[in-house]
Design a protein around this ligand. Structure first.
Ligand code: ADP
Ligand code: ASP
Ligand code: MG
Length: 814
């Protein structure tokens, strides 16, 4: 004999019920017990309707109509017209009984647990009856059997306890005698010794099936549902989750106990006792292998097998000086809770015995507090124990695996993974079985925590980075293009999955949690809402994605001012905007410290030399103990481009214009021409070299006329440049008579820094520098005579975007 259980979504419509029939028809066994749930959604509908009736809300009548319609439609769609009337009239008469019960509840304005069970049982009773009729019509040799006659329970309505000796006896006797091939039974329902309907708890049809399978000595139990087995994590929340091919009873039990709804927790025990194999299969995809559950999993070596979570947890703490060294406090606490029928999901006790902390279902919290405070009233009145501390809106996440106890470092990895993502852990517990490590976290962090843990333990290092991009001008749009082009490569070669979740420019912003299409981002952004920096931040916080990175492609001071609040949420910052790092030293230091404290990298490689690895190299020099003595550099791609193209036949302002048009200057070219931009860059290099310098400490020998420095906008700036053309020609002539080229050079010698135009003779490292190239010479303790040289294109949207890209990848490897 085989036992097949079909859950609510497997019997939600006529179409799936036909699939169920195919599956049963193809099952090879002498006898098949088919346990069914209520049609998908009907149990909730029944409970809601009963609640409305008990609140004397007449809308319950609509609920009743919906329930009736669900069943009548199924009959009409499944059965040939000729056989419909008998089944329809039976179901209609059952509906009349249900109506009377609801009327009763509405009349009294109350519903007892006993009545509630009676009402909710209609879901399973009707679905099993209709399905058995359909099976027979389709040629299966099928009968209907009422499980209430087989399963006996106590009278704890809503979640009754099974009387195993009696139920087993009845099941055995019945299945031994029954000659039909297919027996259809309602799940979830049972009865008390005096014949009242009881139910086995939400999700309890799984349990019905396993009790019957074990009692009748079946050779296999199959649980058919809407997913292809037990997954490494809930597949509705973790997209990368995979079905677990084979798992042990204990692991399955632990995962379901910690919230893997695919299996009702008590289900495993009866089959475990008998060593009966169990499989979980997908009704919508019967060919998928599913999950096999047996005594031992053959997949040795895998430590963590799955991750699950329980939402809606409250944490209650009992503490006070009177608890130290006094025996029996925990015993009393747990006795009180047990008497009040409250189950404790998690316990932690600090070793000082100063406090005990328990995790329970949020719904039980008020009751639990009342009972505890009653039980400890005396100690509380003497202030030996403080009033119960109640923390809400929490959840438990648990890593589960039989082999976890034999491996060190798993909890360390779990907590550091969560820590890096700013998931605050309120309490920790390791199950006595050492088969799970669980942590209490904020409810709103569940999705992030599950995904990040899944990534860390199951995805062979595929890491997802979630980007929020500010600025879609030259650099931003190039970056988006590069991300699109490299997406596949990054996944295959670097095991990075990069997703852009939010984009904003100065006009619009647009978000998509599953990732914005990198083909269509311009249209999508256009269709977005009005840009708003506070709302941008709030939305990112609400999305609460793991490995989040803010990418700033703007030159905005306002944006730079927001970095601290992002870092404080453990959101990394990648920026080509130099303002933050070149403002007051205190601010630069604060950002560096926040990055360290919140484990969120703050990277700005493109602040100096666009995509050239200048800052990264400097960081490595410093980290390995080298010391920077001096730096000589041409750091302005814009100025180099300008002086490289400026000659007797061209005019200075036209060249500057050209540089601006080609994206070689800042949007405001004065920032480049005045030397400010180079000052900022040498300042950043000085700071990264460990020197505490301010912008005002840097000497700037500007070549621009005063009048140009005073202009307020680009138009007047260009006008002034035009006016002073002869002065610029003069500068050029001075240099060329000495056979020199003009280069705008930045120098640092220990704490002294300066920038200015210099005459560079032939043969000098800077002489042949062309176009928008940059060059940096690092003179250090290890490179005292022959400097370490980095040279290459130092401006332009493409190379800047690739530098930002490199920073993003650095975070991916973090
Ligand atoms: P049924 O109606 O068939 O009893 P349930 O809704 O009770 O189905 O259980 C199946 C659901 O369990 C899945 O759709 C999925 O959302 C949820 N689930 C939670 N955790 C897991 C997990 N680890 N593996 C598979 N499913 C899970
Ligand atoms: N129909 C019941 C419920 O929804 C039992 C089950 O489906 O397992 O909880
Ligand atoms: Mg279920």
């Amino acid at each position: 004999m085989k036992v097949l259980k079909f859950g609510g979504s497997s019997v939600a419509s006529a179409d799936v019920i036909r699939k169920v029939k195919e599956i049963v028809g193809q099952t090879e066994a002498k006898k098949i017990a088919v346990i069914v749930s209520a049609f998908g959604g009907v149990t909730d509908l029944l409970l809601d309707t009963a609640k409305m009736a008990s609140e004397q809300d007449l809308k319950y009548k609509e609920g009743l109509k919906k329930i009736e319609a669900r069943h009548l439609t199924a009959i009409k769609e499944l059965l040939p017209v000729a056989s419909q009337s008998r089944v329809l009239s039976k179901v209609k008469s059952e509906m009349n009984v249900l109506e009377t019960l609801l009327e009763g509840a509405s009349y009294i304005g109350e519903i007892t647990p006993r009545l509630s069970d009676k009402i909710v049982s209609f879901g399973e009773l009707l679905s099993a009856y209709i399905i058995s009729e359909f099976f027979r019509e389709s040629g299966l040799e099928a009968v209907y059997k009422d499980s209430r006659e087989l399963l006996l329970t106590d009278d704890k309505h809503g979640k009754a306890a099974v009387n195993f000796p009696e139920s087993n006896k009845r099941c055995k006797a019945y299945f031994n005698k029954e000659q039909s091939t297919v027996i259809v039974l309602p799940g979830f329902v049972a009865s008390t010794a005096d014949g009242n309907v009881t139910t086995l708890g939400r999700g309890g049809s799984d349990y019905t099936a396993s009790i019957i399978a074990a009692a009748a000595g079946a050779e296999e139990l199959q649980i058919w549902t809407d997913v292809s087995g037990m997954y490494t994590a809930n597949p509705k929340i973790v997209k990368q989750a995979k079905p677990i091919a084979h798992i042990s009873y204990e692991e399955a039990m632990e995962l379901s106990h910690f919230g893997a709804k695919v299996l009702y927790p008590p289900t495993v025990q009866p089959v475990l006792d008998r060593g009966l194999p169990m499989v979980i299969k997908n009704t919508m995809d019967p060919k998928a292998t599913g999950t096999v559950i047996t005594k031992k999993s053959p997949e040795e070596g895998r430590t963590v097998r799955g991750i699950s979570y329980i939402p809606n947890i409250s944490l209650l703490s009992l503490e006070g000086p009177g608890m130290i060294g006094i025996p029996g406090i925990s015993k009393r606490l747990f006795e009180v809770l047990s008497l009040a029928n409250i189950s404790v999901v998690l316990i932690t006790q600090a070793s000082s015995e100063h406090s005990i902390c328990i995790g329970i279902d949020e719904e039980d919290a008020a009751n639990a507090i009342r009972e505890i405070e009653k039980a400890f009233a005396y100690e509380m009145s003497l202030a030996k124990i403080k009033p119960v501390i109640h923390e809400k809106e929490l959840a438990i996440i648990a890593l589960v695996g039989d082999q976890m106890k034999n491996h060190q470092g798993l909890s360390g990895k779990m907590f550091s993974t969560l820590g890096k993502n700013n998931v605050n852990i309120r309490a920790i517990a390791q199950g006595a079985s050492e088969r799970n490590i669980s942590a209490v976290i904020r409810k709103e962090d569940v999705k992030k925590a599950l995904n990040t843990l899944h990534e860390a333990f199951f995805e062979e290092n595929i890491k997802q980075l979630n980007l929020f991009i500010l600025g879609t001008g030259n650099v931003g749009s190039k970056l988006l293009g590069q991300l699109k082009q490299q997406k596949k490569y990054l996944k295959e070669h670097l095991r990075l999955n990069i997703r852009v979740i939010g984009i904003s420019n100065s006009r619009k912003m647009y978000f998509e949690e599953q990732g914005i299409s990198l083909e269509k981002w311009p249209e999508l952004l256009d269709s977005g809402i009005k840009a708003d920096s506070t709302l941008f931040y709030d939305t990112i916080q609400k999305i609460n994605a793991r490995n989040s990175i803010l990418v700033d492609n703007t030159a905005s001071e306002n944006v730079a001012a927001t970095y601290p609040k992002y870092l404080k949420q453990s959101i990394s910052v990648v920026t080509c905007n130099k303002i933050a790092c070149s403002s007051a030293y205190g601010q630069y230091l604060e950002l560096k410290e926040l990055a360290r404290e919140y484990k969120a990298p703050f990277l700005f490689e493109t602040n100096v030399g666009a995509g050239l690895p200048i800052i990264d190299t400097l960081k490595h020099l410093m980290a390995s103990g080298d010391e920077v003595i001096a730096i000589k550099a041409v750091l302005s791609g814009s100025l180099n481009f300008v002086f490289d193209n400026f000659n007797k036949t061209t005019s200075f302002h036209e060249i500057v214009k050209k540089a601006q048009e080609q994206g070689y200057t800042e949007p405001d070219p004065k920032i480049d021409l005045s030397g400010i931009d180079v000052m900022r860059k040498i300042l950043i290099l000085a700071r990264e070299s460990g020197y505490k310098l301010e912008l005002t400490d840097i000497e700037n020998r500007s070549f621009l006329p005063e009048e140009a420095l005073r202009t307020k906008n680009n138009e007047s700036f260009f006008k002034v440049l035009k006016k002073y053309e002869s002065d610029f020609q003069h500068l050029l002539k001075e240099a060329s008579t000495k056979n020199c080229k003009l280069k705008f050079v930045a120098s640092l010698h220990k704490v002294k820094a300066s920038v200015g135009l210099e005459h560079i003779p032939e043969g000098h490292d800077f002489y042949s520098l062309s176009g928008s190239d940059n060059i940096v010479l690092f003179y250090t303790k290890r490179y005292p005579e022959q400097p370490l040289i980095i040279k290459g294109a130092g401006a332009g949207a493409d190379v800047t975007a690739s530098g930002i890209f490199a920073d993003i990848i650095r975070i991916g490897n973090y």
